[in-house]
Structures are given as structure tokens and as C-alpha cells.
Design a protein around this ligand. Sequence first.
Ligand code: F6P
Length: 323
Amino acid sequence: MPRLAVVTSGGDAPGMNAAVRAVVRAAVAHGWEVHGVPHGYTGLIGGELRTLGLRDVGGIIEQGGTVLGTSRCERLKSGEGLELALATLRTLDIAALVVIGGNGSQTGAWELAQHGAPVVGIASTIDNDLYGTDISIGATTATDVALQAINQLRVTASAMTRAFLVEVMGRSCGYLALMAGIAGGAEAIVIPEAELPPEELARELRAGYLRGKSHAIAVVAEGARYPAEALLSYFREHRDRLGFDVRATRLGHVQRGGAPGAFDRMLGTQLGVAAVSAAMEGRFGTLVGLRAGEPTLTTLAQVAGRTRPADRRLLELARMMAM
Ligand code: F6P
């Protein structure tokens, strides 16, 4: 019976479990034996895989995080770590390794593939900055979590006529900020792809008050040149001249812990099944993503070490809606 291993790597993302479940069930349906790798590439290096059957992945589709555990594994980048990971695959006679993760993880997958490992990646990161997919597992749920926070912050912002800076994750990509900002009706959005200096941001927020608004919400990407903390200091320093009170909320890891919504469960399921098909066809060294609504393969060579910026054209739409 051919053996397939599945690993979740890097930052966890809601929907990873749906992908694990789909990989296990699709692989078992095709007569493969499946092994789960604990704690990301660290577990691959350690070689402590465990077999996963149909019942082992029951009741996990609705859970956030990853039942396999994950890690950011610096050791894979060393020659020694890479060699140990490859040795695990050889020793256990693994015919396919499915790597569920984001940029760093798929760059690691490409490294393994270049050394002959039969790897297929699945696009999963709340940052949605992976090349080779329109949307990654976890991004939609993380946006919804941020959105809920924005909704609640607006209540208190309106009551006290305050401005709020809401910092969201995303590393160097503004996708989460853009989506949560537009869907949350923010007065301003600050992303690395289109920087907004503090004085210009203040002008936008003040303009909202002048148009009769009782609140001002700015959604700020953590990767922006002036993240929330820096903006807060500036606004406080110039409080009297700017004429409004400001507070800052950094959402941080809260965004990663949500229970996956329907979209991420579907996406994880679709991509998991597509990854097993790719493995069965021997299409290794590839990433499975969703492009134009269809599971699509992109070579890991194209994906590795590359990021995909947010669509800054959406800022125009955001500005119009903030009127
Ligand atoms: O890549 C996902 C992500 O949540 C980023 O948005 C964030 O910058 C980073 O991971 C945080 O990493 P860690 O969980 O290692 O602190």
C-alpha cells in the first residue's frame, strides 16, 4: 500500500483541519496509507509520524488550529535539518508528502522537492499572500474575526466620538486590512502596498467627522510603515491640533483562532482532495491553490520566496464607501 504523509506547517490557519481531513479521506479512498506529521517540519525532522485513519479525522472540520500541531521550523533551513527530514521520508518509504502552509512552509517544501522529495503543497495562510492562489485557507475566517472586532469597536467609538486604530495581521501584505476595512466600513485603511503617512491619515479621519460621522475607524495592517503604535504616538502628540481622541487595538493572534467558516471548510476540503489527485498523478513540486474558482497547480519553483501583494485598486472602492 503506498504511503502518503501530511504535515501542517508555519502559522496555523482556520480550515487547516478541513484540509487534513480531506487529504486523509481522499487518500484512504484511493487505497493509500496515511501518516500524520506532528508539529510541522520539526516532526518530520524528528521522524515521529503516526498513522491516520478515517475515524482519526472525524469531528475536526469545525475546529480552528490544526490537530497535527505546527511550528516555525528554522532547523529545516540547515543542511542537517533538511537531511534528517529527507531521511524520514526515505526510511518510512513515503511516496507523497502534502504540506499545508503558507510562504515559509512552501519555500521549505520547494527545498525538499529540489532534493528529490515527492511534495505537493496546499495554500494555507491567513495573510493570503501566497503566489499561485487567489485565496488561501484561513484568510476568510481571519477576516471575519477582524470584522467582528471592528463592529464592536465602532459601537464604543460612536458613543464617545473617538477615533480607533485597529491593527490586523498580514505580515507584509495588506489583504486582511483591506478586506476587513472595506467590509467593516472603515473610514481609512493603511496597508504596506499603499502607505499613508500619519498626517494624511489624520486628515482622512477628521474629514469623516466634518461630514457628520460620530466615529472614525482606521484599519491598519501590521506590516505598514506606520503601524498602530506609531500612529497612536503621533496622534497623541498632536491631539490638540487634530481635535479628536484616539485609541488603538491590536487584534494579534485572536485573528488566527477562529472556528473556520463555511468557505474555509470548503476550500480546505477542495484543496485537500486536489492535492491527493496531484500526488496520485505524480505531479510533485507543485502547490494546489484556487484560481478563478478552480483548484489549480502552480510549480513550487514559482511560489517559493515570493509573495503576492493585496489589490491596492480596492482602496478606491474603500474611499468611496467611506463617504
Ligand atoms: O503568517 C501568519 C501570521 O499570523 C502573520 O499574520 C503574523 O505576522 C505572523 O503569522 C505571526 O507569527 P507568530 O505566530 O509566529 O507570532
